[in-house]
Design a protein around this ligand. Sequence first.
Ligand SMILES: Nc1ncnc2c1ncn2[C@@H]1O[C@H](COP(=O)(O)OP(=O)(O)OP(=O)(O)O)[C@@H](O)[C@H]1O
Length: 256
Amino acid sequence: MKSPQAPLVSVRGLAIRLGPHDVLRNVDLDIAAGEIVTIVGPNGSGKSTLLRAIIGAIEPRAGTVTLRPGVRLGYVPQKLQIDPTLPINVARFLNLPTRRPAADIAEALHTAGLPDLQKRPMSALSGGQFQRVLLARALLEKPDLLLLDEPTQGLDQQGSAAFYQQIEEVRARLGCAILMVSHELHVVMSASDRVICLNGHVCCHGTPEVVASAPEYRALFGTGTKGALALYRHTHDHGHDHDHPQPDHHHEDHAI
Ligand SMILES: Nc1ncnc2c1ncn2[C@@H]1O[C@H](COP(=O)(O)OP(=O)(O)OP(=O)(O)O)[C@@H](O)[C@H]1O
């Protein structure tokens, strides 16, 4: 029987092959309750694949993904295409595939930062509103761990920053952990307790500042985002950081 302190998810020695590609190898990762962890990495580095392995959508070639018993996951995929000619409003969308109590839907939309949009057609939403509806849909699962795959794709920098602040709100309100993938290092890092830099394997990890100055990270991304990182870092005033030890920078082959 695992203790309540066991990680929500524990990944060990994960290797994944898709077609001819060895997409992931030797990935170790733990996500603790309530922490916000961001995965960064170049295109094709296996970020989406790692999330999909965690939700059980992809079989590992080697290694294990262990979820704490009873843990609930909410997943926001990278892409969700909705036929724009389909006459479906927000409330109806959130009732698919399972009908939900209206109060639950209203609460999820509120937590996602979107009150009073239930009757709006999905096709009439802005990019930021659409992402928040997807977030609300994941929140309906009352997740212990929320997995977000590039949730701000297509949003401008201001929209992205606002979305990540909403994510912190969600964590503060629901206490769920969040594992998200992002390209926008300079924006997203400010909302993260820990950052994992992935390139088929874990290149480096640690606090945003530690990763931003790690040689492995700089080799992949250069040094150009440091100023923007400082710009978007905002003050944490609700004390949660103290509950989550922030590991120092480690090299690959160490458990995270
Ligand atoms: N079903 C598949 N069959 C074969 N190869 C695949 C499949 N899905 C993904 N891949 C390959 O696996 C690699 C990792 O893909 P993945 O989508 O996990 O990367 P990513 O880091 O999320 O990339 P991006 O930042 O571009 O979204 C890529 O080279 C991709 O082409």
